[in-house]
Design a protein around this ligand. Structure first.
Ligand code: FAD
Length: 517
C-alpha cells in the first residue's frame, strides 16, 4: 500500500504515524523490508475481521496485515516495539474464538492464514522416522495437517472436535477432545515451536531449548509470542472408527463408566476416544439424526418421558485398521459387559476414521444453508474437579438448566490430569481427574443474551459453592478474575509477559494485561 493510500486511512492516528514513518525510514535506506504493501486499512478488508465464531460482539481492527513469511511478522512486531508509539498486534488464526479474543480495534490484526498462501511453500513437512512428527506452520488448519500426514500413513494423536481452527490457535489454549484422556491435550504432544516474541525476536524452543518460552507459549493465550511453526507428534494412522453411544439416566453410573474407560491406558482393547454429552431436551436428541436411525431416536426420546432429569451418554470410539478389525468386536463386547448403561441402549456403527475426526464439518455443511452455523454462539467451557461434578450436575443440569429448551451440544467427559504438563501455561483443577463441561449453545431464536446470562449464572454458582471450576478458552475482562483463573500460575504468567512481551503488544483481545500508555 502506498503512502497516498495510507493517508486516507481510518486507522487510528498512532498507527498511521508509525507506519508512515516506517515507509519514510525505508526511503532513507533504513529498514528495507517491504511489509507496508501487506497492510490494508481498506474497510472491505478490516470489516471481514470485525467478529469471530462467537458472533456476540463486533470490533473492527485498525488495519489488517497479510504476511507472506514469518519474517514479515517479526518485522511488524519489531517495528511496533521500537516505535515511540507502539501499537497493539493481534495474531488471528481461523477466528474460531467466541469472545473477541482476536479483537484489536486500535491496532493491527495479523491474518495468520496469509502465511500459507504461497502454494510452493506448503509449510507442512512430515518426517517419518522412529519418532515420527510433522512440522506445521502455526497458521495451518488441523484438517490440512491431518490430510498431509495421512499421505504417510500417520496422524496426530489428538484433535479438537472441529478440524478448522489453526495449529497456533489451539496450541494457545490446549486443544482437547475425547482423545486427550490417553495422550493429553494437543499441547502435550508438541516437541518444538518457533515463536516470534513481543520484541520481534524469533526463538526456537522445546523442553530442552528455551524451555521457559516453550512452556509459556503452550496454553499461553497468545501472550508471549506468535507461534509460526510447531513440531507435532504423530502415530500410525488407523482406517476406521467404531463409534459406540451408550445412554444413561444416572449420572453416577455414567461417571463410573467414563472413569473406568479412561483408566484403560495403552491397552489395545481400550477406547481411543471417550467423550460424553448431556441431553436436556428432546430437540437435542433429534440433532443426533446423522448418527442414529429414526427408531433409535424414538427410543431415546422415550427416556425423557420415563425420567425427570437429563439423559446422559458416553460417546466413545475405537480406531482400527484391516489387521486389527477382527479383534474389535470381541474387545468391545468384553468392555461393554462391565459397563452400566441402560440395557438396550447401546448403539454402535463403523465409519471411516477421517469422517469421525471431521464430524463437525458435516454438521457445518448441514447447518450452513439453513442459516444455523454463523449464528451467535454463547459458549462456556469449564474444567470441573471430579469431586464436584455431582454437585455441579444437581445445581446446573438438574437445577438452573432443567427444562431448558435451547439448542446446542452440552459435553461432559473426564480427563487425566497426569497427561497435562503443569509447567505449561494451561490451567486445570488440582484433582487427578477433572471433567470437561462445555455448554456449546447455538442461539437460533434471538436468545444470545438469555444464554449468556445462563452462562454467567453457571459461573456465579461455581464461585458461590466453591466448585473449583477453571474456565477453558477463558474470557474475563478484569485482572482480578484472570488472577483467580491462573491461581498459583499467575506470578509466572506475569513474569513471562514482562520477559517476552514487555510492551504488552500481543493478543490484546484476551484482555489479560492493560496496554501501556
Ligand atoms: P483464533 O480464534 O484466531 O485465536 C485464538 C487465540 O489464539 C487469540 O488469542 C489469538 O491471538 C491466538 N493465536 C491465534 N493464532 C496464534 C498463533 N499462531 N500463535 C500464537 N497465538 C495465536 N477447542 C478445543 O480444545 N476442543 C474442541 O473440541 C473444540 N471444538 C471447537 C468446535 C468449533 C465449532 C469451534 C468454532 C471451536 C472449537 N474449539 C475447540 C475452540 C478452538 O480450538 C479455539 O477457539 C481456538 O483458539 C481456535 O483457533 P483459531 O485458529 O480459530 O484461533
Amino acid at each position: 500500500m502506498e503512502i497516498t493510500k495510507l493517508s486516507s486511512l481510518i486507522l487510528p492516528l498512532t498507527i498511521l504515524i508509525t507506519l508512515t514513518s516506517f515507509v519514510l525510514s525505508q526511503h532513507n535506506g533504513l529498514p528495507t523490508l517491504d511489509i507496508v504493501s501487506e497492510i490494508s486499512t481498506d474497510p472491505d478488508d478490516t470489516s471481514l475481521f470485525a467478529t469471530d465464531f462467537g458472533n456476540l460482539s463486533k470490533s473492527t481492527p485498525g488495519a489488517v496485515f497479510y504476511p507472506s513469511s514469518p519474517n514479515d511478522i517479526a518485522t511488524l512486531i519489531r517495528f511496533s516495539y521500537w516505535s515511540p508509539k507502539p501499537f497493539p498486534i493481534s495474531q488471528r488464526g481461523a477466528g474460531h474464538s467466541t469472545q473477541g479474543q482476536t479483537f484489536v480495534p486500535d491496532g493491527v490484526l495479523v491474518y495468520m492464514p496469509s502465511l500459507g498462501r504461497n502454494k510452493s511453500d506448503s509449510r507442512i513437512t512430515v518426517t517419518n522416522g522412529p519418532i515420527p512428527y510433522v512440522d506445521a506452520g502455526g497458521e495451518q488448519l488441523w484438517i490440512n495437517v491431518l490430510n498431509a500426514t495421512l499421505k504417510h500413513g500417520l496422524m496426530p494423536r489428538v484433535f479438537t472436535d472441529y478440524l478448522y481452527p489453526t495449529v497456533g490457535g489451539t496450541l494457545s489454549n490446549a486443544g482437547i477432545s475425547g482423545a486427550a484422556f490417553k495422550h493429553g491435550p494437543q499441547i502435550s504432544n508438541v516437541y518444538e515451536l518457533d515463536v516470534i516474541t513481543g520484541t520481534g525476536e524469533t526463538i526456537t524452543c522445546s523442553r530442552e531449548m528455551e524451555p521457559d518460552l516453550f512452556y509459556g507459549a503452550l496454553g499461553g493465550l497468545g501472550q508471549f509470542g506468535v507461534i509460526t511453526r510447531a513440531r507435532i507428534a504423530l502415530e500410525p494412522a488407523q482406517k476406521t472408527a467404531r463409534r459406540v453411544l451408550l445412554f444413561y439416566t444416572d449420572v453416577e453410573l455414567l461417571m463410573k463408566d467414563q472413569e473406568k474407560l479412561i483408566s484403560i491406558e495403552n491397552d489395545l482393547s481400550g477406547f481411543d476416544f471417550v467423550g460424553g454429552q448431556v441431553l436436556l431436551n428432546k430437540a437435542q436428541v433429534s440433532r443426533m439424526r446423522s448418527s442414529l436411525s429414526d427408531s433409535d431416536l424414538e427410543k431415546i426420546t422415550r427416556l425423557f418421558n420415563e425420567t425427570d432429569g437429563p439423559v446422559y451418554l458416553i460417546d466413545a470410539a475405537v480406531y482400527f485398521n484391516d489387521t486389527t478389525a477382527a479383534s474389535v468386536d470381541q474387545n468391545i463386547k468384553v468392555l461393554l459387559k462391565e459397563l452400566h448403561y441402560i440395557s438396550g441402549y447401546a448403539f454402535s456403527f463403523d465409519m471411516p476414521l477421517l469422517n469421525f475426526l471431521n464430524r463437525l464439518y458435516y454438521l457445518e455443511v448441514q447447518l450452513t444453508p439453513l442459516g444455523q452455523w454463523l449464528v451467535p454462539h454463547p459458549w462456556l467451557d469449564l474444567f470441573v474437579p471430579k469431586s464436584k461434578v455431582l454437585e455441579f450436575d444437581s445445581r446446573i443440569f438438574k437445577g438452573i438448566l432443567k427444562g431448558n429448551n435451547a439448542t446446542g451440544a452440552l459435553l461432559l467427559f473426564p480427563m487425566n490430569r497426569a497427561k497435562w504438563d503443569d509447567k505449561m501455561s494451561a490451567v486445570t483443577p488440582d484433582e487427578e481427574i477433572f471433567y470437561v463441561v462445555s455448554l456449546l449453545w447455538t442461539a437460533l431464536e434471538n436468545n444470545a443474551q438469555t444464554l449468556t446470562d445462563a452462562n454467567d449464572q453457571v459461573v456465579r454458582i461455581c464461585e458461590e459453592y466453591s466448585l473449583g471450576c477453571k474456565e477453558y478458552l477463558p474470557h474475563f475482562t478484569n485482572q482480578q478474575d484472570w488472577e483467580r483463573q491462573f491461581g498459583n500460575k499467575w506470578g509466572k504468567f506475569v513474569s513471562r509477559k514482562k520477559k517476552y512481551d514487555p510492551k504488552v503488544l500481543l493478543s490484546p483481545g484476551q484482555q489479560i494485561f492493560t496496554p501501556l500508555e
